[in-house]
Design a binder for this molecule. Structure first.
Ligand code: COA
Length: 273
């Protein structure tokens, strides 16, 4: 089992975002449990800083995002900031710009990301979870986007991810009602990938992370880049990027190592080159 998130090495946003690294796995913790890990603008900024550090650390091969405490992954944006920072269209645009850079960073993150979800995953929490490559949830989790209850427009990017995961019909049901659904329903509609017993959540998530971190980084990057291109409109697709990463992968030391290790019946040691 990984030694994180209980022993984070660095904190951001006054301790409300934590960052740890163990066994090639980076962990970002949303640490505002008294507010069910509601995200303030400072936390968005801290999330960005933590992600950049993990991105630039060559020892980190995969990143897990997790909420502190047992009640929530992230309960959405911090509503107590809205009166000052998001009270009309102009303020809301400013507000969105501040978190947009961090969302873009996560959307284009070069390393695999996993959302480890326990408890409430609402609004902006769903946005973070949907931007991750993979979502593992405990059987106690609840999901929803209460934008219609608050009078908020959820925006293009958030809805694009929702529609691509659950389809337009479930996206409409969730958005029009603002309803919360449980893990069983979430996994059934494709919003999360795997649901496990609450006590198993961290082990199940870190096992997947460790498997990823032991695999060939360039092959994973090739899959990540190619899947991202598949999701784009045909006219926007960068087929050269797919070709380039494919060539880098097939010419890599790691591919040689993968072949040799198989023939020698041993575990491969991948270097990411
Ligand atoms: N923003 C700001 N504060 C929040 C918050 C949010 N998104 N979510 C929870 N909190 C705060 C509550 O105000 C409460 O603060 P208090 O202790 O000072 O009263 C504290 O966190 C605990 O929340 P509480 O509602 O008492 O806990 P609960 O377990 O009964 O319910 C939620 C948890 C998450 C279901 C409920 O707090 C909620 O509906 N939050 C808002 C979710 C939302 O609308 N998110 C979308 C925002 S765009």
């Amino acid at each position: 089992m990984l030694d994180v998130p209980n022993k984070p090495e660095k904190s951001f946003a006054d301790g409300k975002i934590l960052r740890g690294i163990a066994d090639g796995v980076g962990v970002v913790t949303f640490n505002n449990p008294d507010k069910r890990n509601a995200m303030s603008l400072d936390m968005w900024e801290g999330l960005g800083q933590a992600l950049v550090e993990l991105r630039d650390d060559p020892d980190v091969r995969v990143v897990i995002m997790v909420g502190a405490g047992d009640k929530a992954f992230v309960s959405g944006a911090d509503i107590s900031q809205f009166e000052k920072t998001r009270h009309n269209a102009a303020a809301s645009e400013e507000y969105s710009k501040k978190s947009a850079a961090q969302r873009a960073l996560l959307a284009d993150y070069p390393k695999p990301t996993i959302a480890c979800i326990r408890g409430f995953c609402l609004g902006g929490g769903m946005q973070v979870a949907m931007l991750a490559d993979i979502r593992i949830a405990s059987d106690t989790s609840q999901f929803g986007i209460p934008a219609a209850r608050l009078g908020i427009a959820y925006g293009y990017d958030g809805l694009k991810h929702l529609v691509s995961l659950v389809g337009p019909s479930w996206a409409r049901l969730l958005m029009y009602t603002g309803m919360r659904i449980d893990s069983a329903e979430a996994v059934r509609i494709g919003l999360v990938d795997r649901v496990v017993a609450d006590a198993e959540l961290w082990n199940a998530t870190t096992e997947i992370a460790r498997t990823i971190s032991g695999n060939a980084p360039l092959a994973i990057q090739a899959a990540k880049i190619t899947i991202a291109q598949v999701l784009k409109d045909e006219s926007q697709r960068d087929m050269d990027a797919i070709k380039d990463i494919g060539n880098a992968c097939m010419d890599s030391e790691d591919f040689r190592e993968g072949r040799q290790a198989f023939m020698e019946k041993r575990k491969p040691q991948f270097k990411g080159r």
